[in-house]
Ligand binder design. Sequence first.
Ligand SMILES: C[S@@+](CC[C@H](N)C(=O)[O-])C[C@H]1O[C@@H](n2cnc3c(N)ncnc32)[C@H](O)[C@@H]1O
Length: 225
Amino acid sequence: MTDDRAHTAEKSGTAVATAMRATDVIAAYARWAPIYDVVFGRIMESSRRAAVAALPPDTRRVLEVGVGTGISLPDYPSSVRVTGIDLSPDMLAKARQRIAAEKLTNVEAILEMDAARLEFADDAFDCAMAMYVMTVVPDPARVMSEMRRIVRPGGRILAVSHFAPESGVRARIGGLLSPMGRLLGWNTTIRASTLAALPGVRLLSNRAAGLGGFYRLLEFEVAKV
Ligand SMILES: C[S@@+](CC[C@H](N)C(=O)[O-])C[C@H]1O[C@@H](n2cnc3c(N)ncnc32)[C@H](O)[C@@H]1O
């Protein structure tokens, strides 16, 4: 997302104040890229695998939004063709190295692109995957809308992240952690219900996916009229 578009999103009320703008994302992940896999590899591994395992058996073509270093790419079955996009050239460079080193022939393309402005035709994919991305982007509603557009009717959007609990003690703790999330560029306040309320998607499941339920896997069906 360009800074202008971030401003527009803020004006429209859909932006999240804690999330980063494109220039911040690129700068932050240039610093993270060399150490990302060591820091966030193992801790998020089971949730990434749970997301890939949730792909319906007839899935042929997946878009992974915010693919980062491509850490999840080896988890996809070889029958699934995967395209990955990300804003950060440094993270994508790592992804390309991994694809070459591990000879991942089912990866169709790795492209520098904004999740809020996907350069793909409508209904081009069976599934859009967003692993630890919805809490980073400035306008999650806009990213959901784009994923919905490029997924065929009846296809899936799968999102893994720490989503804020709807209520109770854990929700209050999430609120208290919000300033820490701001430091890391993560939004700790996005709820599954906020994404589920968006048009054209139906929440099929919201399940624990790692760290004792701290990470959640949301499974949406795309329903277009
Ligand atoms: C926390 S990392 C997650 C990476 C990977 N999906 C994983 O599971 O480890 C977030 C990624 O989202 C990317 N990102 C943030 N905002 C983006 C945007 N608007 N469009 C595309 N990618 C974005 C970042 O560059 C980074 O690679």
